[in-house]
Design a protein around this ligand. Structure first.
Ligand SMILES: [Zn+2]
Ligand SMILES: [Zn+2]
Ligand SMILES: [Zn+2]
Length: 136
């Protein structure tokens, strides 16, 4: 039986590991990819709960890919706390290798009188450079 204190330490360790993973990733990662990369065996629900919490805290954001899966990436230049911080950068998903990346390009998010915008999901779909080169 684990004590509450031990459990807390373990959670903190996992949270750090997940953020570290996202920080070093060159592409956005799915919850499954994150779970696979973690040294410890963490159950799926725990990983999802952790990611949800990071999204709420404005540490990370996600975009839904073509397959309906969520891809998570670290917030790099977000300064304002949510719900004020809304992402306006574009994402790209490659149809061949399936990878999702954050792009530096941004779009202007419109201000709409009768709506409150909480998040944006901006996804461009096409072929990445690597896949383009390998098919030629
Ligand atoms: Zn952000
Ligand atoms: Zn590709
Ligand atoms: Zn992004």
């Amino acid at each position: 039986m684990k004590t509450a204190e031990e459990k807390k330490t373990r959670n903190t360790k996992h949270q750090k590991a997940v953020l570290e993973l996202l920080k070093n990733a060159t592409k956005a990662l799915t919850a499954d990819e994150i779970r696979e990369k973690l040294a410890d065996n963490i159950n799926k629900t725990t990983v999802y709960r952790m990611l949800d919490r990071f999204v709420e805290a404005g540490k990370i954001h996600f975009v839904t890919g073509q397959n309906g899966k969520s891809f998570y990436a670290l917030c790099k230049s977000c300064k304002e706390e949510p719900p004020k911080h809304i992402h306006n950068h574009l994402h790209f998903q490659c149809e061949i290798c399936g990878k999702v990346e954050c792009l530096p390009e941004t779009l202007k998010v419109p201000q709409l009188d009768n709506y409150t915008i909480r998040e944006t999901q901006l996804l461009l779909i096409g072929t990445c450079k690597r896949c383009m080169n390998s098919t030629n």
